[in-house]
Design a protein around this ligand. Structure first.
Ligand code: CA
Ligand code: CA
Ligand code: CA
Length: 294
């Protein structure tokens, strides 16, 4: 069931693949209704062992370019590690990027599963921003990893990293991790006393193997940017401070030509519904409609 949903979600990637040029993006800006999501510095030669890319804005569109008001997001980026790597590496080598529409963008990175070796792993992302209500929006990011080499690759670890800052102070932010129900997710609230304003990160289609949250205002990015192997600790479930959160997909194995993937949703005052909750809502609506006709 989950895999069928995944195949439908990835169908959109063909749009990017049909364009032959080596076009890349250094930034992108998505607009939908009152909302805007932007990422910067997404292609560079120094990201791999630095603090990553994806300096991000997520809020109400303000002015032109990447400007937003009530910004909830400082950074969104992706790291990985091959089976024999001795540290994580930020995705760096963008081979293709394109704006699909005003609210959607596609990015492709190719990186080596063996440090210094052939670039045999292809990472692809389709970002789509949707306004949900006057105060809510979500960015869905379909991600995939494909083995474009000729030999099987196993033991890949893939990471999603988010640093959210909310309100006049980021140091009183309050992060909560919740597991299960078809989507694992973080909520970073403005503060313990203001739970109405929150950023969320939800993983579904392929659930993450591990998580960690903590103080993101450092150069190690929860360990992803330092020089040692990092496996997220699955703690703490609750964190108050300048929040950052990361998700880890562990031990991914890919035959030559094979693809694996999932979806990460970044919410603005919005919690990613679990697939079960969506089905129940749909069923409830159906029952209500039948009652109205009766
Ligand atoms: Ca705050
Ligand atoms: Ca590390
Ligand atoms: Ca933060």
């Amino acid at each position: 069931m989950t895999r069928k949903i995944g195949l439908i979600a990835f169908a959109g990637l063909a749009v990017g693949q049909s364009v032959a040029s080596a076009q890349t993006l250094s930034t992108f800006v998505l607009n939908d209704g009152a909302f805007r999501y932007a990422e910067g510095s997404i292609t560079a030669t120094t990201l791999r062992t630095g603090t990553g890319a994806g300096t991000a804005n997520f809020g109400f569109a303000s002015g032109t370019g990447s400007g937003v008001s009530s910004d909830y997001l400082f950074q969104n980026w992706w790291w990985y590690r091959g089976a024999n790597d001795t540290r994580e590496y930020a995705l760096q080598n963008q081979t293709f990027g394109t704006q699909l529409s005003p609210n959607s963008a596609f990015l492709r990175y190719e990186e080596p599963s063996v440090n210094g070796g052939a670039r045999d792993l292809r990472f692809e992302f389709t970002y789509t921003l949707n306004q949900i209500s006057a105060t809510q929006a979500a960015v869905t990011i379909n991600w995939s990893v494909t083995n474009i080499g000729t030999a099987p690759v196993s033991g890949i670890n893939f990471f999603s990293y988010s640093d959210s800052d909310i309100g006049t102070s980021a140091t009183d932010d309050n992060g909560v991790y919740t597991a299960g129900g078809g989507a694992n997710f973080f909520q970073n609230f403005n503060s313990v006393t203001d739970p109405a304003n929150f950023f969320s990160v939800g993983a579904d289609l392929r659930l993450n193997s591990a998580y960690e949250q903590g103080n993101g205002f450092g150069t190690t990015r929860l360990g992803l940017a330092n020089t040692t192997v990092t496996n997220l600790a699955n703690t703490p479930a609750n964190f108050t401070g300048d929040w950052a959160g990361a998700l880890q997909w562990s031990g991914l194995s890919l035959e030559a030509g094979a693809t694996i993937g999932g979806r990460v949703t970044k919410g603005y005052n919005y919690v990613v519904p679990t697939p079960g909750a969506v089905a129940l809502l749909g069923l409830g609506g159906l029952v209500a409609a039948r009652r109205r006709r009766a």
